[in-house]
Structure formats: C-alpha cells, structure tokens
Design a protein around this ligand. Structure first.
Ligand SMILES: [Fe+2]
Ligand SMILES: [Fe+2]
Length: 390
C-alpha cells in the first residue's frame, strides 16, 4: 500500500480536494502515544508523534453488521481467491543477489553499477515509497480496529480477518525487497531511512475519522491500492529509462500486487454499492470531501518537520504521483462502480452522488496549476541521500 497522494500539488485547492496537511491535522480527535513522556507530556521521539491519533473503533448499526455478515460466503469465493498462495508467490530473494552463491560480490557490484547513474530525486521517491511500505504494521492495526475486519483472536477464520492477514503478508514483501535493494545500491543513507521508519511506525497514522467505518475504509483502501499501483508502475518506467531493468522489474512486480489488491477492495466496495448504495455513496462523498489522507503523512526523520510534503513534491515533480493521477483515480473508481447510474437514493444520497460525479471535472480545472506549483517548489535537502538537495 505505499503511496504519496500529493498534498503539495493540491495545497491551493478549496475543500473540493485536499486540505493542507496542517488543516487536516487539526481534525484529529485526540492525542495519544506511548511516545509521550508521562511527566512532561512532551513527545519523546517525533514532533509528529504528538499529532498521531487514536483510531476509534466506530460502531456500526446491527443492520450494517448484517450486510457484511451476509457477504461472507461471497467474500470467501470472490475475495480470498485473489490472495496468491505462498508457494506461488514471488519472494524478495528472487530479485536479489544470493548471499550464499559464489558470485554474490559480483552480483552486488553489478547492482551498484546499474544504480550509480540514477538521479537522486528518483532515490528520494523510492525511499519514501519503501518507508511507507515498511510501516505496514500500522495499517494492519488500523484495519483491525474496525468492527468488520476485526481479528479478535489474531487468527480468526472470518473471510475479512483472513483477507487482512493474507494481504499484510503479501505487502510485507514490498518494503523488504525495496529495503534490501536500496541497501545494496550504496546510494542512500540507510541509518537515516531506518530512523524514519521507526519514527513513522511509532507515530502511527490517521486515515481520518471519515475512513474509520468498514465501508469508508474499504473505499479508502481501494483508492490507496490504485494509487500505489500507479506510483510503483511509474517508478518501474523511470528505472527502465535509467537503464536498470532489474529495478524496473522489481517495481513492476510490486505494482502488479497492488493491482490485485485494488481488485479485491474495489470488488468489496462494488458489492457494498449493490447491497447498500445509499450508505456507500455517502461514505464515498465524505471521504472525498475531506480528502484522502495519506498513510505515511506523519513521516519524520528527526529533523524535517515537512518531510512527507517534501517527498510528495519530488514524487510529483518526477511524475511518479501527481495531482493528475489523483483525479484520474477518482474518475476510474466512479466509472468502475457505476456511481452515475445509482438509483433509489435518498435526497442526501443523490447529493453525495452529484458531488462525487462532478468532483473529477472540478479537479481537472485546477490540475495544471497544481502541477506547475509542484514544479516550482524549491529544492530541499534530504538526509536519506546524505543531505544532498533535490
Ligand atoms: Fe497494496
Ligand atoms: Fe505495497
């Protein structure tokens, strides 16, 4: 699920799109963290940790619980089948020099030769993607905090709990593979990267209160998985352009996983639209009205308070994830779920439908301005690349 839906690109937008990071933070419900010292009430680690949020388990009405219950058989045969059996799954080692082989050192040297001319800005984006993937425990914890996906024993056999564990197990390989590749490349400061990951997992995340019901979370994750598919696909294309076919293959393989995950979450959402169109369209509109807040937006390296924004801006500048992508994902989902054709909605439901259907067009109007802004942002020093500026 790594992604960096770009705040900066949208900072000038009104409420139709994304709220700036700080405004979004003000919506947070309360402050909690073991990272706070109990005596002084100050954060022990990250300035961002204080902005971390309690993930509230939102109670669903019995009818809503019933809807998810009624989908269990369907989920077993339509969603769990989208998980790949472990024996048929790729593993990071498939793409990395084999430390037990005689040619290990030569393979590492070849890897370093391939990556030596790749520009720093690409590495900044790849590092940000990797760190976002590495914060996976946070995302699984958050998904488990919803009533439907809740895994009470840690090994529940509901299809929702089974899916979440299988999905997490697949995702776990993404950060692992990128981490090892980056380590072997010798192009980045691993200690700074590792610190950022520790800060991020310690800070948690905030998908926003509007993404806290199972229905909203499913829509949110549909968006996220598609965005991740797009961004990993673009890092693959760039790696190819820079002549590192192996890295292109790695990013492309991860992108393919994200696509399969997107299929699962969009299918669940599609079913929700079928069973409860009114509630689902209202959840969709609510999420889009606030914004899609990023899973890694509390990213911090111990120095740069705006690290996520800086990373997202570079991603936009090199075309890995832009304001245009955000609008296109929305458009794609609206079409996929036939949102325009929903019928039998309440007044509020129709209002939500109109809002969502018109949003992509409204975003298009400000897209160019957002892209231009991102291009004009000043260069920033990143500790991940030994303080060099991009
Ligand atoms: Fe994913
Ligand atoms: Fe991922």
């Amino acid at each position: 699920m790594a992604m960096m839906l770009n705040y900066l690109a949208f900072q000038s937008l009104p409420s139709v799109a994304l709220l700036p990071t700080r405004a979004q933070r003000s919506l947070k419900l309360s402050v909690t963290s073991s990272l706070y010292s109990s005596s002084k009430g100050k954060p022990l680690s990250s300035g961002r940790a204080k902005e971390a949020n309690i993930n509230v388990v939102h109670r669903m009405s019995p009818e809503k619980v019933e809807i998810f219950k009624s989908m269990e058989d369907w989920a077993r045969s339509n969603i769990l089948t989208l998980l790949k059996p472990v024996e048929k799954s790729w593993q990071p080692q498939d793409f990395l020099p084999n430390p037990a082989s005689d040619g290990f050192i030569e393979q590492v040297n070849e890897l370093r030769e391939r990556t030596k001319d790749i520009p720093d800005d690409y590495f900044v984006v790849l590092v940000g993607d990797m760190i976002t993937e590495e914060a996976l425990p946070t995302y699984q914890a958050l998904i488990n905090s919803t009533e439907t996906f809740y895994d009470e024993t840690g090994s529940d056999n509901t299809p929702w709990a089974t899916w979440t564990r299988g999905w997490s197990a697949e995702e776990n390989r993404h950060g692992d593979l990128l981490n090892k590749y980056l380590y072997l490349s010798g192009r980045v400061d691993m200690k700074q990267i590792e610190k950022t990951t520790q800060y991020l997992i310690g800070s948690g995340t905030d998908f926003g209160p509007r993404a806290s019901t199972p229905c909203a979370l499913t829509i949110y994750t549909s968006f996220q998985e598609r965005a991740t598919f797009v961004s990993h696909g673009n890092t693959a294309k760039l790696a190819m352009k820079y002549g590192d076919e192996k890295l292109a293959q790695i990013c492309g393989t991860i992108a393919a996983d994200e696509k399969r995950h997107e299929t699962a979450y969009t299918k669940i959402t599609g079913k929700l639209f079928e069973l409860d169109p009114n509630e689902t369209i209202m959840a969709f509109a609510k999420i889009m009205r606030s914004k899609i807040s990023m899973p890694a937006h509390l990213m911090y390296d111990g120095h740069d308070e705006n690290l996520f924004d800086h990373f997202a801006n570079v991603a936009s500048r090199i075309g890995v994830y832009t304001a245009r992508d955000y609008g296109e994902i929305l458009e794609h989902l609206v079409g996929l779920w036939n949102v325009e054709k929903l019928t039998g909605l309440s007044g509020e439901g129709r209002e939500a439908q109109d809002y969502v259907c018109g949003l992509a067009q409204r975003l298009k109007k400000v897209e160019e301005r957002a892209l231009t802004r991102a291009m004009k942002e000043p260069t920033v020093s990143f500790r991940w690349i030994y303080g060099r500026e991009v």
